[in-house]
Design a protein around this ligand. Structure first.
Ligand SMILES: [Zn+2]
Length: 756
């Protein structure tokens, strides 16, 4: 039996089990398939027996522990994933009741009735996979923290890998890493670079997908053996025949690198290797060894990169005027990047990326084909390998996909009927972080918003904001976070949930803000945000937008991610924001937001770098207790006899929010800001002086300045505010509180930029 048939059987069993649980009788032709030897072995490994039951699902993130660990118990609401724009699911503290489970059962029965599963659907692995994922991601199967969908998928992967040799005690894990996209230096102004870079990151996702396609095809594996693929990283479980695996992946790697070298002059490189792991370790924490070994092997390949093509690389080539975008100098085919007067000259690849970038407003379907379709050539990407070519076409919807196309990637799509063969001969689901506001420029119909439009849309100062963000210690969370409990199904669960968040849910957060941010701290309730995702996936993101909206979006993302991960103190994000005029070179803006993010990491992580300041997210959001401030200068606060009590407003957000709501006149706000900044400056200068002299006149002089120096100046500043603000007793006393003194500069800068 082929590995695909084996996987299909397991997913048939999965859908059968779901239907039975939902008291739904499947139509004739949808029979329960018998186990074969490989399936028996895989089920034994993961302890899936006839007695294994569906129940409510605990939040897997609750079991992640690095230093602190989780004190609370969270559950997922038993639910199906909505078709295309689901609200982001947030776990809750309440254990689901039988009624909650019954609701899901009813929905399954209703949807399956509507779907009218036919004989051909029962042979459609992509459709059955989607059914299992759509209805089985928020219920458990067996262990209370293992999702139904993750157990089915993991069992299918192992059984398919065992297919050829059911006695195998060792399997192979193919690991890939496509690196170097960051090396494109964007010296051109932000407008052209935004489009180009957005297209390049899209392109990188497709190259990753093409590597997956070729590995699956050459090793005869079903799609369900992909444990993870995205953002240039690949993990695929395969069989025990090492010689064959080695031969095939060497071929694939060489084929890709030869093409990448020609296309990108060595800037992008594919590392592709494999590690072996004991079959029995897939259900124990020993699996983490493979997860640690794989990146080490890939890193070695990266060091020796392009060894095989070195002679080619060193050959003397003519040198022309370099492309202004990517700096390649091996082509004299340079063209104007855009119609604009000040447009620069760029190579064919960069020109293609620029043109494509503007069109990537919302991709629904991508068709992979080995045939050239001249009608669609404008919206296609061609991978020109030595012996064959592969085309990727953008298509407006799943329905219009050509009948004989080889593969259709349905983007962020959980609509089960779209996966039926009569709509699409060979579908697979694909995730893409891609939100973009549409340009309002009439000349650029259906094009993504431009940098100058983003700047114009901003409140206050007309600037574009750039946000970079990533999960803290993600590698450790995967390798060590679950400690003794790590298994393949749980690893698959963690990576599935991260993919959902960074590729699918981020789009919803940008597009449907209200429903996804209920109960969050927010400055405004604005919808339809002026944002443009440059990259979002894996565990990190790079997003541009009107500066004030980018800042608000950063806080939305943080709060959404924390809620999504059950506020586990060991699962946090760090981020950095930079502001720039729209003509500013993108690489410089990117490196500035990168520095801000680095500063956030150096602030003990879980922090945001913004306006040249770094604080914990909770300090920005005003969600902390005074002992947090006191702990930063423990000895000092110990000797203060009359410790001030917690002020009503504490942190940065509450002050900015209140002043914005009151809409004090620009003149008042300017005075207030100027005075507040003056106080911050005096404090900073005096503290700096002490540090330069390396000597305090008395113990804790620094802390005195930091917390108490501001009082007389603040009284003066306050007296000059309009009555509607002054009448707010909380505001007055809170601003004078020593606990708020460290935040003056951040508060003042934010308000100043909003009112400039
Ligand atoms: Zn170029």
């Amino acid at each position: 039996m082929s590995s695909k048939e084996i996987a299909l059987k397991i997913f048939q069993q999965g859908v059968y089990g779901l239907a039975k649980w939902a008291n739904f009788t499947l139509p004739e032709g949808c029979e329960y398939p018998e186990d074969c030897k490989a399936i028996e072995e895989a089920k034994k490994l993961f302890q899936w027996t006839e007695k294994t039951k569906i129940d409510s699902l605990r939040l897997l993130f609750d079991f992640v522990k690095l230093d602190k660990g989780q004190d609370w118990e969270y559950y997922w609401k038993p639910d199906a994933i909505a078709d295309s724009t689901p609200p982001i699911p947030y776990p809750c503290n309440r254990k689901p009741t039988n009624d909650d489970l019954d609701n899901l059962k009813q929905q399954i029965a209703k949807d399956l009735t509507k779907l009218k599963l036919a004989q051909e659907d029962w042979q459609n692995l992509a459709l059955l996979t989607l059914i299992v994922e759509k209805y089985g991601s928020f219920i458990s199967f067996g262990e209370t923290d293992i999702a139904f969908s993750d157990l089915i998928r993991s069992t299918a992967a192992v059984a398919a890998a065992l297919g050829e040799n059911t006695e195998a005690t060792e399997l192979c894990l193919v690991a890939g890493d496509l690196s170097g996209i960051q090396k494109f230096i964007y010296t051109i102004s932000a407008d052209g670079a935004l489009k180009s870079l957005r297209a390049r990151s899209f392109y990188l996702e497709l190259v990753t997908e093409e590597v997956v396609q070729q590995v699956l095809a050459e090793l005869n594996l079903p799609r369900t053996n992909v444990i993870y693929a995205g953002g240039g990283n690949i993990y695929i479980l395969t069989g025990s025949n090492q010689a064959q695996v080695e031969e095939k992946i060497n071929q694939i790697r060489d084929r890709f690198n030869k093409w990448l070298l020609e296309e990108f002059q060595g800037k992008i490189f594919l590392a592709l290797d494999y590690v072996t792991l004991k079959t029995k370790d897939l259900n124990t924490k020993e699996i983490s060894q493979a997860w640690k070994e794989a990146p080490r092997k890939l890193a070695k390949q990266k060091q020796r990169k392009f060894d095989n093509q070195l002679t080619d690389f060193l050959k003397c080539k003519p040198s022309y005027e370099p492309c202004k975008v990517c700096h390649r100098d091996d082509t004299n085919d340079l063209k104007q990047l855009s119609q604009e007067e000040d447009s620069v000259l760029a190579c064919p690849t960069c020109k293609k990326m620029y043109d494509l970038g503007g069109k990537l407003l919302k991709v629904n379907t991508i068709v992979r084909s080995q045939q050239n379709q001249p009608d669609n050539s404008k919206d296609s990407l061609i991978f020109n390998f030595d012996k064959f070519k592969v085309y990727y076409y953008l298509s407006p919807s799943a329905k219009t996909v050509a009948q004989n196309s080889e593969l259709a990637l349905l983007v962020n799509n959980w609509k089960i009927s779209d996966y039926q063969f009569r709509h699409c001969p060979n579908p697979t689901s694909f995730f893409l972080g891609q939100y973009a506001k549409k340009s309002s420029n009439s000349k650029e119909q259906n094009s993504t918003i431009r940098a100058n439009e983003l700047a114009e849309a901003a409140d206050g100062i007309k600037r574009v904001g750039y946000l970079r963000m990533d999960v803290d210690k993600l590698g450790q969370i995967f390798a060590n976070g679950l400690n003794e409990n790590l298994t393949l199904p749980r690893l698959a669960g963690l990576s599935r949930m991260m993919t959902y968040f960074f590729k699918a849910y981020l789009n919803f957060l940008a597009e449907y803000r209200q429903i996804n941010t209920q109960g969050f701290n927010k400055l405004t309730d604005k919808e339809h945000q002026n944002l443009l995702f440059i990259y979002a996936g894996g565990d990190d993101l790079f997003i541009s937008g009107a500066w004030n909206e980018v800042v608000e979006f950063a806080f939305d993302i943080y709060q959404a991610f924390r809620a999504y991960t059950g506020y586990n103190p060991d699962i946090t994000l760090s981020g950095g924001v930079s502001l720039a005029v729209s003509k500013f070179p993108l690489y410089q803006a990117a490196s500035e937001s990168g520095e801000a993010e680095e500063a956030a990491k150096n602030n003990g992580r879980d922090s945001l770098g913004l306006f040249g300041q770094v604080f914990k997210w909770d300090e920005w959001l005003g969600k902390f207790e005074i002992d947090f401030v006191q702990n930063q200068d423990k000895d000092y606060w110990k000797i203060i006899k009359n410790k001030p009590s917690k002020p009503e407003l504490l942190g940065i957000f509450p002050f900015v929010s209140l002043l914005q709501q009151k809409q004090i006149s620009v003149e008042y706000s300017r005075n207030f800001v100027r005075n507040l900044l003056k106080v911050a400056q005096i404090q900073e200068r005096m503290i700096e002086d002490i540090e330069n002299q390396r000597q305090e006149q008395y113990n804790y002089e620094t802390q005195d300045i930091k917390y108490y120096l501001h009082l007389p100046q603040i009284a003066y500043t306050l007296a000059r505010l309009p009555k509607k603000v002054l009448n707010n007793e909380d505001f007055r006393t809170s601003l004078k509180s020593p606990y708020n003194a460290p935040y003056f500069r951040a508060i003042a800068t934010w308000i100043e930029l909003l009112n400039r």
